[in-house]
Design a protein around this ligand. Structure first.
Ligand SMILES: *Cc1c(COP(=O)(O)O)cnc(C)c1O
Length: 348
């Protein structure tokens, strides 16, 4: 990814590239969803769950860790709701660096915990929430040998902006609207930066309206005030005081877009709908953008004939517990004979 877009990235020929072949994720057209909604627009899903550690965080991590190696840092540190730690752990392993992750106690999804541990990150569960963990990480970052790889690290945003380049390269133009979930607000900031840079370079001729979506129980930007104890099933956006708050507000206002919120029920409905209608399995936070499309379309907010892109940020296997529960289905145990199977499927 760094090599492909290096003229847009803060790297030199001497920067050691730490990569797992991130980026290049598919942009999948999903007319079946538009039909299900009764809409009249073109919808494309940018499936970021197909990155090496199964979320978009890898785009920023490849650059952040490459730059950390370049300046001689020895330890990679982050606070995380799960995906940043999974990505940091993998890229640190690849770079031969130590990794320390601080996560909210008992609050991260099972798959993400597995990733931090298997890649060998020293994993601390903090008795507090993400925002508390990030405070500690900011302090740790004052030490010279430590590289903080949260999105307060400017290289994270720089790397993540490549997703908007890929969208334009695939469509041959920027879309009319771009939907995505908003947690710490780094990604909406990155996409907006990327679209503007790509237009200035003559690679697209317009800019999309940026449509960011928070969860109702963790919607500080929508409510205009930090949330002390954010709560939502969408753990990746369970953030009460986003680092890139101002940038996110700018992206929405400069682009004539919006930052709005959806309920947990709408998020879970969207997760199921995307899986059953389009065959795309995402984690709950990623479904917030889909829920946003449903809500926006219902309110008449998507003009006919629009080209709409939605970023689904992380793979569904990240959070299997929520998925099994949200499937509203159960497997059936049968004896190992044809009669039992026929009875079970109602064909006896
Ligand atoms: C990190 C993350 C988000 C939120 O992105 P921000 O840049 O923090 O707004 C959304 N979904 C998933 C799956 C994530 O990992």
């Amino acid at each position: 990814m760094i090599r492909r877009y290096r003229s847009f990235l803060p790297v030199s020929d001497d920067t050691p590239v730490v990569s797992l072949n991130e980026g290049g994720t598919p942009l999948i057209e999903t007319p079946e969803i538009v039909s299900a909604l009764g809409g009249d627009f073109q919808l494309f899903v940018k499936y970021e769950g197909l990155n090496p550690t199964a979320s978009f965080k890898d785009r920023g991590m490849t650059l952040a860790v490459s730059k950390a190696v370049e300046r001689g840092a020895r330890i990679v540190v982050c606070a995380s709701t799960g995906n940043t730690s999974a990505s940091a752990a993998a890229y640190a392993a690849r770079a031969g660096m130590r990794c320390l992750v601080l996560i909210p106690e008992g609050k991260i999804a099972f798959g993400k915990m597995a990733q931090a541990l298997i890649h060998g990150a020293l994993t601390l569960e903090v008795r507090g929430n993400f925002d508390d963990a990030l405070e500690i990480v900011r302090e740790l970052g004052k030490r010279d040998d430590i590289e903080v790889v949260n999105s307060i690290n400017p290289y994270r945003i720089q790397g993540q902006k490549t997703a908007s380049f890929e969208v334009c390269d695939s469509l041959g133009e920027a879309p009319d609207m771009h939907f995505l979930p908003v947690g710490n607000a780094g990604n909406i900031t990155a996409y907006w930066m990327g679209y503007k840079e790509y237009r200035d370079a003559g690679n697209c001729s317009k800019l999309p309206r940026m449509m960011g979506w928070q969860a109702e129980g963790a919607a500080p930007i929508v409510r205009g005030t930090p949330i002390e104890s954010p709560e939502t099933v969408a753990s990746a956006i369970r953030i009460g005081n986003p680092s890139s708050w101002e940038h996110a507000v700018n992206a929405a206002s400069e682009s004539s877009g919006a930052i709005d919120m959806v309920s947990d029920e709408e998020i879970l409905d969207a997760q199921r709908m995307l899986a059953r209608t389009a065959g795309i399995f995402v984690e709950p936070a990623s479904a917030a953008g889909i829920a946003g499309i449903v809500k926006c379309h219902t309110g008449g907010g998507i003009p006919n004939g629009s080209t709409v892109v939605v970023t689904v940020t992380g793979h569904g296997l990240k959070d299997p517990d929520v998925a099994v529960e949200n499937s509203r289905a159960e497997s059936i145990i049968v004896d190992a004979d044809m009669d039992s199977v026929l009875v079970a499927i109602g064909l006896d």
